[in-house]
Design a protein around this ligand. Structure first.
Ligand code: FES
Length: 108
């Protein structure tokens, strides 16, 4: 049976922004885009390290893509697919989430 764990209230994540999280020492991040929330493991497929170098900074300057701060790989927000950079064609690991009573929850 799936376990649902609340992560944060949706009001903490404004549209076109991102938020880093830690759940049981597991690094994750969430991105809000067009009313949807996307949740990924915070691990670049290139070197297996976290994507950000400043807290909650996961998007490029135009806020069109998720960007790895180490070598600049760009990932689509809705699929986590790398479309430019050293791991082009690889993907971030997506994590199932849903919003329940305003809480963004992880389901696994
Ligand atoms: S570690 Fe992310 S692009 Fe190299």
């Amino acid at each position: 049976m799936a376990t649902v764990t609340p992560l944060f209230h949706i009001s903490e994540l404004t549209e076109n922004s991102a938020k880093g999280l830690e759940l049981n020492q597991r690094k994750l991040f969430a991105v809000s885009r067009q009313g949807q929330v996307y949740l990924y493991e915070n691990r670049c497929p290139h070197k297996g390290i976290p994507l950000e170098w400043l807290p909650d900074t996961f998007l490029d300057t135009e806020k069109q893509y998720i960007q790895c701060s180490t070598h600049g790989a760009l990932f689509t927000i809705h699929q986590g697919l790398c479309i430019a950079g050293p791991c082009s064609g690889a993907s971030l690991t997506s994590v199932a989430c849903e919003i329940i009573d305003g809480q963004v929850c992880i389901r696994e």
